[in-house]
Design a protein around this ligand. Structure first.
Ligand code: NOJ
Ligand code: CA
Length: 549
């Protein structure tokens, strides 16, 4: 137990309102023991890198025991560590070491579903229809004379029906269970009080071990309309997203977070169309923040960015919560590829334009500008590992190496998300690029392209023009400029196609979305630019930070 050295224990300040938070996808971050899979030993060895990068906190994607059907989002035991990653004792040591470096720790909680290997799901299968064990999940008889049709028309977000039929203990084909994701991720029934009590206890288990917060997976999805109506009959209200009953759950979670010293924080993962609906979860007695995915999927267009930012700021102001800006994560195409491909705007396969031509140079240029934009907007910021190296999406992973269940569930139509999860290149001139120790037996669990030789943390750390150097400089200024982080912004009309705002005291950010270089407004000093200014002009696809007085 390591409340000791907890950075949030020694200050009451609401650190989460403006924090820069680095997302570690453990499997792909750093491999300590040489089996080709990232682990906690690897993370511990790279903590100095994260300190030097200048982030305030780490968010770890799920580190629990898991058969890894969905990269750990299929949790078999919420109170332990995946053996391939390490042990609970190592996790506790890691929390303490991060705290000692002034880095807070957020972990993922996955309350919508568990793994089919979770003890409760195994018990539900064994106990049979009508049992209290089955009531922890959504088991229902099938439709049709022999029950061979799913109970309703819901589809899995990974493709195919959201229902799978089980074989009963007596060997006959039996009930169906609900899974909004893969068939190895049964959904919990949150109308069952046992589920609520269990998760409250899990939160305490990890808060007691010093974690500073939770990222809540599928935060909009826990509560279902108990009638399980067909989607076709549901009108505009989703029977499995943004149901009113969710707010009570998060109010009780907030009370638990607030009962701990320091500012423990809860961040929601939810993709809701209506930002005002999402902001309702951020009322004072509910969650602290929620990822801003509208920003992530915004196409490269000045008016569109401005609209997203305005809507975000307005919706969050209604409830007094800070925004949380996101450019990438382990579920979406990497920004260099997205911005290098006109119109690549989303999570859904149809929006991703996988495999179509990419102008990587343009994508990199725009990613650099987007990074400075995101770092200078009011609120918190999330950075996904490898974003700071300017890595791009790897789209030619051989089919037989693909691991994302999306690939199999769509019968290969959607390649899935492996392309943004390739192990990080740290150093050296060939794979595993320092991801695994020298002489390691295991190959990285997904192949790294040779061209990453110029994109290792080591190579970029020595290059002042690299993406890593830009992130380091940006984050350092973000920490030292009192105008940045939490607060307000004011728009300025500069020139057509130029996004321009100021923040008090004395800071301005401009992003040139137009095709022509533009002059800068009056300023005292250029603090940082995402590309070289030419003759004092701001080139296209470039962002600049100015001190205005
Ligand atoms: C969102 C996570 O980010 C994603 O990786 C996962 O597949 C789904 N939730 C289901 O847990
Ligand atoms: Ca390993």
């Amino acid at each position: 137990m390591t409340a000791l050295g907890n950075p949030s224990a020694d200050s009451g300040a609401a650190w989460w309102r403006g924090a820069a938070i680095f997302q570690v996808y453990i499997r792909s971050f750093a491999d300590g023991n040489g089996d080709g899979i990232g682990d906690l030993a690897g993370v511990r060895s790279r903590l100095p890198y994260l300190r030097d990068l200048g982030i305030n906190a780490i968010w770890f994607t799920p580190w629990y025991p898991s058969p890894m059907d969905d990269g750990g989002y299929d949790v078999a035991d919420f109170r332990d560590i995946e053996p391939a990653f390490g042990t609970l004792a190592e996790a506790e040591a890691l929390i303490g070491e991060a705290h000692a470096l002034g880095i807070r720790v957020i972990i993922d909680i996955v309350p919508n579903h568990c793994s089919d290997l979770h003890r409760w799901f195994k018990a539900a299968l064994a106990a049979g229809p009508g049992s209290p064990e089955r009531d922890r999940f959504w088991f229902r008889p099938g439709q049709g004379e022999d029950g061979s049709e799913p109970p309703n028309d819901w589809q899995s977000r990974f493709g195919g029906p959201a229902w799978t039929r089980v074989t009963e203990p007596d060997g006959t084909p039996g009930e169906w269970f609900l899974h909004l994701y893969s068939s190895r991720q049964p959904d919990f029934n949150w109308d069952n009080p046992e589920i609520r009590a269990e998760f409250e206890d899990i939160l305490k288990f990890w808060f007691d071990r010093g974690v500073d917060g939770f990222r809540i997976d599928v935060a909009d999805g826990l509560v279902k309309d108990p009638a399980l109506p067909n989607l076709a009959d549901s009108g505009t209200i989703s029977p499995f997203s943004d149901q009113d009953g969710l707010h009570d759950i998060y109010r009780s979670w907030r009370k638990i977070a607030d009962s701990y010293p320091g500012e423990r924080s809860l961040v929601a993962e939810m993709w809701l169309d209506d930002m005002s609906r999402a902001a309702r979860y951020l009322r004072k007695d509910e969650l602290h923040s929620a990822f801003n995915f509208d920003f992530l999927v915004c196409p490269w267009d000045e008016a569109k960015f401005r609209t997203v930012i305005e809507n975000t700021v307005a919706a969050h102001a209604e409830v007094g919560a800070p925004a949380a800006w996101v450019l990438s994560n382990h579920d979406v195409t990497r920004p260099v590829t997205r911005y290098g491909r006109a119109g690549d705007t989303g999570f859904a396969f149809a929006d991703r334009l996988h495999g179509t031509p990419v102008d990587r140079e343009l994508g990199t240029r725009r990613s650099r500008a987007a990074a400075l934009l995101a770092m200078s907007l009011p609120g918190g910021l999330y950075i996904y590992q490898g974003e700071e190296l300017g890595l791009w999406e790897i789209e030619d992973i051989p089919d037989d190496l693909r691991q994302d269940p999306v690939f199999a569930r769509t019968k290969g139509a959607d390649p899935g998300r492996d392309g943004c999860r390739v192990p990080i290149p740290w150093s050296g001139t060939e794979s595993p690029f320092g991801f695994s120790p020298d002489g390691a037996e295991g190959e990285p669990w997904l192949p790294q392209p040779e061209s990453w030789v110029d994109y290792t943390a080591e190579a970029e750390g020595n290059d002042p023009a690299s993406m890593l150097s830009l992130y380091r400089s940006g984050l350092a200024l973000r920490a030292s400029e009192s105008a940045l982080g939490d607060g307000k912004l004011e728009w300025h009309e500069h020139l057509d196609g130029v996004l321009s705002f100021t923040r008090d005291p004395g800071f301005a950010c401009l992003v040139n979305f137009s095709a022509e270089p533009v002059p800068l407004p009056d300023h005292e000093k250029v603090l940082l630019a995402s590309a070289e200014l030419k003759d004092g002009l701001l080139p296209p696809d470039t962002a600049v930070w100015l001190r205005t007085r």
